[in-house]
Design a protein around this ligand. Sequence first.
Ligand code: GLA
Length: 412
Amino acid sequence: MTDTAPPAVPASPTARPRAAVDPARPGPVADVADRAAAGFADRYAGSPAGRWAAPGRANLIGEHTDYNDGFVLPFALPLRTVVAADRQDGPRWTVWSELSGEPVSFGADEVAEPGRVTGWAAYVAGVVWALRDAGHDVPGARLAIASDVPLGSGLSSSAALEAAVLAALVDLGGLDLPAERWPRLAQRAENAYVGAPTGILDQSAVIRCRAGHALFLDCRTEAIEHIPFDLAAAGLAVLVVDSRAPHRHADGEYAARRAACERAAHLLGVPALRDVPAAGLDAALARLDDDETRRRVRHVVTEDQRVLDTVELLRAGRVRDTGPLLTASHASMRDDFEITVPEVDTAVEAALAAGAYGARMTGGGFGGCVLALVDADRADAVADAVTAAYAERGYRAPGLYRATPAPGAHRL
Ligand code: GLA
């Protein structure tokens, strides 16, 4: 999960006081790349051998389906983490982030087994560990990190960091590791080194997404399809609302949801909830005793189907018509999976009341961001409506972005 991940940026658009929608155009991207290079020069003297970027992500639909072997449909955001790096002799890694100020340095001992490097640098050490554990000869490196991906907002700042570091190390070391294999490696860093039991959604999105497309991923087979998601051509925009809700027990609740799903799959005698077809849902629910488990299962099974239905609509160029599926997904997360919070529900309701075609929370839950599908020329009005609803309830003003599907991790 993203709460504890590190490097962010003082000048993040989330710091804006009013409801203006940040277009999230490539402007900040150039800035963040420059900041990483400048940080490198200040800290280590000289220029980096290269700069590698990885984006934050939003998940259009398919929540808590990844660890159930199901389907997801994320897209990458134009907000990015950039790593400027070069090689250094021996097995030693020195990492500086614009947020932490002080560099962290670790050697072979600290990456011999999980848990020895803690705090934000654990994401970097975890990548080094996972690569070495998979038998790769990881080059020593000096890294400087800058990021525009806000922390703790459910936009995968941790996966962006892992992916940018991975891209840098693979390139610097000339490692034989095709990009299809990066997501599992980065996930392993997060699961086994950092200790967060997440699925494959975030790492796949930030590595494999393509500009102008959403990524349809089968989390069991890792088969992908890039689905055209051209919002501008349809006169639409996706508004991202950072709920600014404090994460409430997110890690423990996430692990509890995952455990409940695994228990339910076991009770139903299937390898994963993905194996319960939508048509067989009622029969499956009838075999479960308690209401809470039934609701958890219903969310996952119906959510998988909503992903498939959304993909069909996008393939047919019917972007607007996906709205009701997004809203139904939110209701399912709120009522069946119970992972939303009042700030998030308020943002969804206000966006819908202001004319959004659909709106839903994106990411693991208990805070984070909401996506609203809106007419492009209504984006500011919807943003204002959400801000006003927040003010009425005395919530902290939300952060607002306009999301354009961006590319996954790459060298700049
Ligand atoms: C977090 C996790 C993902 C996924 C989502 C919920 O973002 O990191 O693996 O489970 O929550 O869809």
